[in-house]
Every structure is written in C-alpha cells, then in structure tokens.
Design a binder for this molecule. Structure first.
Ligand code: FES
Ligand SMILES: [Fe+2]
Length: 343
C-alpha cells in the first residue's frame, strides 16, 4: 500500500464526537484526559452534569485537573483560584478589595454523557453530528463487558486491526469465530461496512451456554454472518444475533490511541427471562456485567502487542512496504485519508 507513509501521519477529523472516558471514571473529583494532543479536564457540577474545559489554569498554566470540585466549581490546586463550568474565573481567595477578577476565560468544549460514556467534540459545529450511541448499553437483553485498548500507536493501526477479520489466527482458541471469508464491502464518505461469512464457536440459546467459554468441547462450529463497520471514527461488529461489539475511539496523539471495546452478549433467546419483573432483569444485567472480562482483556493484550510492533516498525523504517490481501483495509485507508482532508 503506497499510502502507508501518509496514513500513519494523518490528523483526525475533529468534527465528530469522540469518547474520552467512561461515565464511571468521572465521580466527585475532576479527571484529566487527552484527546488529540489537547489536555482536557472533565468534572461534574452540583447537578452531576458533566463539563469539559481546557486542562490549564490561566494563572500559572498548571493543570486544573490537580484541583478539586468545590460546590460545583473547579478550584486550582496551586493558589485556589476557582472557575465555573463555562471556564470563567469567579474567585481568587486572596484578592484585595481594590483588585478585580481577571477576564481570563478557559476554553470549554461541547460534551455529552450518553450510554455509559463521555463524548467530546473538538470541532466547529457540534450540533451538526450526533454521538454514535449504544442502544444495547441500557437494554435489559444485553450483557456488557468493557475493556480498554491503550496502545502506543497511530489510530489507523488500531482500526485496521479491528477491520481485518483474517487475524483470528492470533487469538486461536479465544476467538469466537474462525474461517472468515470476506464477501462484500460497502463504502460511503463516512462509513465502511464489510460482510464476512464465518464459523462461530458459540451459540447463546441455552442457560448453560456460558459453559462453552470454559469447556471448548461443548462448542459446535456453525456458520454465522460476521459484519464489521467503520463508522468514522468508531467501529461496530456483529457475529450472528448473539454478539455485538463496539470500539469507541479516543486518539490521544499521532503515536498513542485509547479505545473502549464494549462487548455485548444478547439474552434475546431466553424468552422466559423477558417475562420476569424488570428490577430483577436489571439486577441480572448488572450482576453479569463484565462476565467476558478475562476473555476480552486477553484478546486486547494480544492485539496491542501486534499493533505497537507495527507502529515501531513504521517509525524505524517508514519507507518499508508491506503486502496486504484483505481488500477492506484499502477502503479503511481511503476513508481515513478522506476524513483527515476535512480537518
Ligand atoms: S496556578 Fe492555578 S491558581 Fe495559581
Ligand atoms: Fe484481535
């Protein structure tokens, strides 16, 4: 692929909603995050509403995220200046009577809390696009597991790994499917949908289906459609009706990427379960949260190793060309190029 040299140095298109944290990561104290080289502080006001400001105190330029939330205001750790959710300085503890508050204004960013995650917008017009949204997050029929992909690599290496279903070889027994065959690619300016036919190991139709996770002998290969979509800048995949996975991107810099992988197992087949009282179903959903944790973390660890090595190899020799037989990766690179050209 002769586009390699450019792809790994491309910017993101800031005119999309990116995910910067899980909701549960922002509690009563502020959280510092980085999205595409921009340090950002996330915090909640008295109503628990989330806010995002540039992570910089205008007094001495230290990080505001070292500070505390006092009555819904963010207070800098160094001299105790306080700022409101809009980024305006509202209090300096040692201001003399004849001194006025400075007109310093920290940049604030559009931010939304949706489906268990914090979504942030760096671009121009945040009302023109919507966050991807994850309807399964609150749906009682889906059991979620979340794993973090945090790697020292350009985001393009991560999305190429996720779109390339020929790398099941790496995961061996851990992969839910095998023998993927690419059947169809649909391209549009901000989305690529790829269909594979695969053989799935798991069938979630009996109450003991979970035991297939621990006893490989119980698994029976059967054909299932496998789909992967790059809905820029995020990723969604389905395996038959039983599994759905999202990957929500937070590109940190040219050589660092964070991405939240959310795996859903559907309880769709258990019709008896759907007749139980809703509080019980919610209890069950919460109780089973994270049941695929070990599996997902294991897969992520294997992927990160490969992705970081690709980045290293690129940095050591950017001119080195590879060979690629998965047609969808050319589509992915084309989409990244197109989106970066809009930035
Ligand atoms: S550096 Fe923040 S209050 Fe002084
Ligand atoms: Fe993988």
């Amino acid at each position: 692929m002769n586009q390699n040299i450019k792809i790994r140095d491309l910017e993101i298109n800031p005119n999309h909603w990116y995910v910067v944290a899980r909701s549960s990561e922002v509690k009563t104290q502020p959280l510092g995050v980085t999205l595409w080289n921009k340090p950002i502080i996330l915090f909640r006001d008295n109503q628990e509403k989330i806010h995002a400001l540039e992570d910089r105190c205008p007094h001495r330029q230290v990080k505001l995220s070292h500070g505390k939330i006092i009555a819904g205001l963010i207070e800098c750790a160094y001299h105790g200046w306080q700022f409101n959710a809009l980024g305006k300085c509202v209090k300096i503890p040692y201001l003399a009577e004849n001194q006025k508050l400075p007109h310093c204004q920290i940049q604030n960013y559009p931010v939304q809390e949706l489906d268990g995650f914090i979504w942030l917008f760096l671009g121009e017009n945040s009302t023109q696009t919507q966050p991807l949204g994850i309807p399964e997050w609150d749906h009682l029929n889906y059991i979620a597991t979340v794993s973090l992909i945090h790697c020292q690599a350009h985001y393009s290496f991560v999305i190429e790994n996720l779109m390339d279903m020929y790398h099941g070889h790496l995961h061996q027994n851990w992969q839910a499917w095998t023998d993927a065959v690419l059947e169809k690619i649909d391209e549009s300016p901000d989305q690529i949908d790829v269909q594979y036919q695969a053989q799935s190991y798991y069938k979630i139709d009996k109450i003991w289906s979970i035991s297939q996770l621990f006893f490989p002998a119980l698994r029976q290969l059967h054909p299932e459609p496998l789909t992967v979509s790059y809905i820029y800048p995020h990723w969604v995949s389905t395996l038959g009706k039983d599994f759905k996975i999202y990957c929500l991107f937070c590109p940190v810099s040219l050589t660092e990427t964070k991405a939240y992988l959310i795996h859903f197992t559907s309880l769709h087949s258990f019709w008896r379960l759907h007749k139980l009282p809703i509080p019980f179903r919610r209890f069950l959903k919460n109780k089973l949260f994270g049941s695929a944790q070990k599996l997902l973390d294991g897969l992520v660890e294997q992927d990160i190793k490969m992705i970081e090595e690709e980045q290293q190899a690129y940095q050591n020799n950017p001119e080195q060309k590879g060979y690629e037989f998965n047609r969808s990766l050319a589509s992915v690179q084309k989409l990244i190029l197109h989106q970066a050209s809009l930035s």
